[in-house]
Design a binder for this molecule. Structure first.
Ligand code: ATP
Ligand code: MG
Length: 430
């Protein structure tokens, strides 16, 4: 026990009516029930969070018996979702303790006390309970004090806790970056000592933790640095480069941020973009994390195009570039705005969009139907001619009129046949 003066808890927390009503039903049936987890922590930090989880002495079957509409969201681990009248799901979990763990899965046992349930939780700041009806607090590991001090500390022996569940290492990093807390020494030492075991986790769980970390971090660079220093980056994202992207300070300039920020902190909060930005080989990193095919493809295009920017002072170059990149334009512009703020690409792209210049075949003043109307047969010739017309319009957007395009189609070298009886395959110009 650490000897410090008492931390004062608020006299009550703002528990939503639906959560209160679930607690009343459970307590009314004689089952002790407490609010636990992230919402208790966040409210103590004065961060509004209404997503209170309930922990109860009732068994999962008893919970299912007491409510009309329930969903067995994690029944093996004792979690039953209770639906309220607005179809909102509230998680109710039976007090439990781990009886077997292998770093990836746990087998749990019910019929234990609240204190035992709190003892299996990961960090002291996540092991505080509040009784929503009696307004009592239970904080056997001094989590409130760590909240005040800004400390992430494992409950119990950190090395053992990380061996039970390797994901807790990544959770520690996520909470540290989210609240800008420090990780307590013994917890940190145990995390670094256990980090190689992260390789045994599934890619999906690592990705979810990494993405959630990026989404909730106050500064992405904090999370990146923690993953690097603890060694998690080396295990899961070896292509992420250590560089000024996560260290160096941005000078003055458009973003105008204060000291301590790194370049990466000025990217939009978009995990796929940030991961791609940091990686030498974005597609490899994202596929290692089992991201969707669309996300891997997005990363691949970022890797392909990020070093090949057009001359922003040339409208023609910008148009052609935008036409080639399609939906990757915004990703590359976001990165270019950080790395080369003076390159002017952001403004050039905006200007081009404002001008309404067509950049994709769908924006041309004619369609394949119009080509068929002048006698082009259905088939590959249509696509070829449309691509030629796109080139033609990219050179000069004022050419995007039906008349000009039909004329061009008739004279185009891709026009594969002679549609006009007696003609030589061209329109008026040939
Ligand atoms: P978030 O805001 O990310 O939801 P949270 O603390 O609510 O934060 P959850 O993953 O929703 O995190 O878990 C709810 C609670 O369950 C945690 O506060 C913690 O007490 C406990 N918990 C979750 N994951 C673990 C774990 N891997 N090991 C031990 N306890 C855990
Ligand atoms: Mg939660």
């Amino acid at each position: 026990m650490r000897m410090t003066e008492e931390v004062k808890f608020p006299s009550s927390l703002p528990i939503p009516d639906e959560v209160l009503s679930i607690s009343q039903t459970l307590e009314g049936a004689g089952h002790e029930t407490w609010c636990v987890g992230g919402a208790v922590r966040d409210n103590l930090l004065k961060h509004p969070n209404k997503d209170f989880d309930l922990a109860t002495a009732a068994t999962p079957e008893q919970v299912q018996g007491l409510f009309r509409r329930t969903i067995p969201v994690g029944i093996d681990h004792g979690t039953v979702g209770v639906l309220d009248s607005d179809n909102q799901l509230h998680e109710v979990t039976t007090f439990r303790r781990d009886i077997r763990t292998d770093g990836r899965h746990a087998v749990v046992e019910f019929g234990v006390s609240l204190d035992e349930d709190l003892a299996r939780r990961d960090f002291t700041i996540n092991a505080i309970a509040y009784h929503p009806l009696k307004h009592e607090w239970r904080d056997p590991f001094d989590g409130a004090r760590d909240l005040e001090a800004g400390v992430i500390r494992a409950v119990g022996d950190p090395a053992q806790r990380f061996r039970e569940d390797y994901l807790r290492i990544l959770r520690a990093l996520r909470f540290a970056a989210r609240f800008r807390f420090t990780i307590e020494d013994a917890t940190w030492t145990a995390a670094t000592a256990t980090v190689a075991r992260l390789q045994h986790l599934s890619a999906e769980r690592v990705r979810d933790e990494w993405f959630k970390g990026l989404e909730t971090a106050q500064r992405a660079s904090d999370l990146v640095r923690l993953w690097e220093v603890v060694g998690a980056m080396g295990v899961w994202m070896p292509d992420v480069v250590k560089s000024e992207k996560t260290r160096g300070e941005v000078g003055s300039g458009e973003w105008g941020v204060g000291s301590g920020h790194a370049v990466v902190d000025n990217l939009p909060c978009d995990p796929v973009l940030i991961t791609s930005y940091l990686s030498r080989d974005p597609a490899a990193t994202l596929s290692r994390l089992r991201c969707s095919n669309a996300e891997v493809e997005r990363g691949r295009r970022i890797g392909q195009y990020r070093d090949d920017l057009p001359d922003a002072s040339s409208d023609l170059a910008v148009r052609k570039w935008m036409a080639t990149l399609g939906k990757s334009v915004d990703d590359i512009v976001a990165i270019a705005a950080l790395e080369q703020p003076e390159c002017g690409l952001h403004d050039a792209v905006e200007r081009m969009r404002q001008s309404g210049a067509p950049l994709q075949i769908g924006e041309l003043a004619i369609t394949g139907r119009d080509l068929m109307d002048i006698g082009v047969p259905e088939g590959p010739a249509i696509g070829e001619i449309l691509r030629d017309l796109m080139e033609f319009v990219l050179l000069d957007p004022s050419r995007n009129t039906k008349e000009d395009l039909l004329n061009r189609a008739r004279t185009s070298s891709t026009f594969p046949f002679s549609p006009f009886p007696g003609g030589s395959g061209g329109g008026e110009g040939s």
